[in-house]
Write a protein that binds this ligand. Structure first.
Ligand SMILES: Cc1cc2nc3c(=O)[nH]c(=O)nc-3n(C[C@H](O)[C@H](O)[C@H](O)COP(=O)(O)OP(=O)(O)OC[C@H]3O[C@@H](n4cnc5c(N)ncnc54)[C@H](O)[C@@H]3O)c2cc1C
Length: 404
């Protein structure tokens, strides 16, 4: 028994699900499309709790999906914001080496960026760094002019508005609770009734592995939630930062290290760190979800990851619980910043796929399985790349699931 029949159902109203929905309505306007979002509005989780950076593509391994989709996605995002009047600014950023052992990694980043097709990257010394960011300090810096900032919650609202204008349906407060494959159709049970469809695209972010299991598939990974916490620079000290000041990232981790970001609103924040969260939607230390915790502890890859990274994991917790430690990390980039300049800001929780062997999946991962396509790993820069991710996923859906 079904209330309604659709050609395709997307689970998840974040920037990825909505980017896919936008591409479907553009390419296949005749299809009946439904987006299910369990919250009362779109972009309630990662897509509305991020740094708002339009990443350039400088960090990612040449040839990876992240590299290709970020570079093309950044250009598409800037164009989208321009076309739809969404506030954005291609302000550029500096990645600053503060220790001698980071110099070779900075040079490697420049090589990567060029291999990924970025032009105008420049390595500069401390004097030129001070001309760009007068309060930053370092041995050398990489200037990345194509990095920008925007507001991804506003981007999501615009995606949703365009999807609806082209005939797609977005249902909020509609959690997918069951998926059954019956002959040639799929039945999706939700908190708002039952829908039948020819195809499902799982863009459930922090719950993508559970939705995959709900559909009877083995995701092969577990989603681990890593909370990123921010401090805000008090307005009187926001002038310490003109645009974006980043450290050289540790190549062992997929996170970029705490940095300074001037938001599109003019506010400057510092962070995010990367603390293992005790709940998939655990925005505060006190948020603990027994089911989430138990499923993490039962996954063999979790213990393998813990064995490899316990030292840095404890370091992140320490920095999270101790403001002076957080401030010391920031002072490497901006020596003048002091504890009094910073007040607690917001937080976001990243969905990071973990393999059974304990490695964190680096690249994006989209896995088709019969009439269901699972988007299992779309960490940063997926907001930047959401328009091009939408195109690639719709290409896959057309090829593997007969979407036409
Ligand atoms: C702290 C932080 C900083 C970041 N900074 C940047 C940045 O500067 N630039 C950048 O490009 N990227 C950044 N990212 C990454 C980026 O935000 C994510 O890659 C992107 O938002 C992922 O989008 P998504 O749609 O997959 O996930 P989400 O936005 O989490 O959307 C998934 C949606 O699925 C819904 N859902 C889950 N289960 C169900 C269910 N059963 N039924 C119905 N709906 C369900 C959820 O409610 C949610 O709305 C950052 C991320 C974080 C957390």
């Amino acid at each position: 028994m079904t209330d309604s029949r659709y050609s395709v159902v997307i689970i998840g109203g974040g920037v990825v699900g909505l980017g896919v929905a936008l591409e479907i309505t553009r390419r296949f306007p005749h299809l009946r499309l439904l987006v299910l979002e369990k919250e009362d509005r779109v972009a309630r989780h990662q897509s509305g709790h991020n740094s708002g950076v339009i990443h350039s593509g400088v960090y990612y391994k040449p040839g990876s999906m992240k590299a290709r989709l970020c570079v093309s996605g950044a250009a598409a995002m800037v164009e989208f914001c321009r076309e739809h009047g969404i506030a954005h600014n291609v302000c550029g950023k500096v990645i600053v080496a503060t220790r001698a052992d980071e110099l070779a990694r900075l040079e490697e980043l420049r090589r990567r960026g060029e291999a990924n097709g970025l032009t105008s990257l420049r390595l500069i010394g401390p004097e030129e760094l001070r001309e760009i960011e007068p309060h930053a300090s370092g041995l050398q810096a990489l200037v990345v002019p194509s990095t920008g900032i925007t507001d991804y919650a506003a981007v999501c609202e615009k995606y949703a508005e365009l999807v609806a204008a082209r005939g797609g349906t977005i249902r909020t407060c509609a959690a997918a609770t069951g998926i059954r494959r019956i002959a040639s159709e799929i039945v999706v049970e939700t908190s708002q009734g039952v829908f039948s469809t020819a195809a499902v695209i799982n863009c459930a972010g922090l719950f993508a592995d559970r939705i995959s299991r709900m559909a009877g598939d083995d995701p092969g990974v577990m989603i681990v939630p890593f909370r990123g916490e921010y401090y805000d620079l008090v307005p009187e000290r926001a002038s310490l930062v003109r645009a974006l000041i980043y450290p050289v990232p540790d190549p062992r981790f997929p996170f970029l290290g705490v940095h300074f970001t001037r938001r599109i609103t003019g506010k400057v924040d510092a962070g995010p760190n990367a603390v293992l969260a005790l709940a998939r939607e655990g925005y505060r230390h006190s948020d603990i979800n027994v089911r989430d915790l138990a499923s993490s502890l039962a996954f063999p890859g979790f213990w393998r990851m813990a064995r490899q990274h316990w030292r840095s994991g404890l370091g992140e917790w320490h920095r999270s619980l101790s403001k002076p430690v957080f401030v010391r990390a920031l002072q490497r980039l901006l020596p003048e910043v002091e504890a009094n300049d910073l007040v607690p800001g917001g937080s976001g929780v990243r969905a990071q796929a973990l393999r059974p062997d304990g490695t964190l999946l680096d690249d994006f991962q989209f896995v088709p399985s019969d009439k269901v396509l699972h988007v299992l790993n779309v960490p940063s820069p997926a907001a930047t790349a959401s328009l091009t991710i939408g195109k690639v996923i719709v290409d896959m859906a057309a090829a593997d699931m007969g979407l036409s």
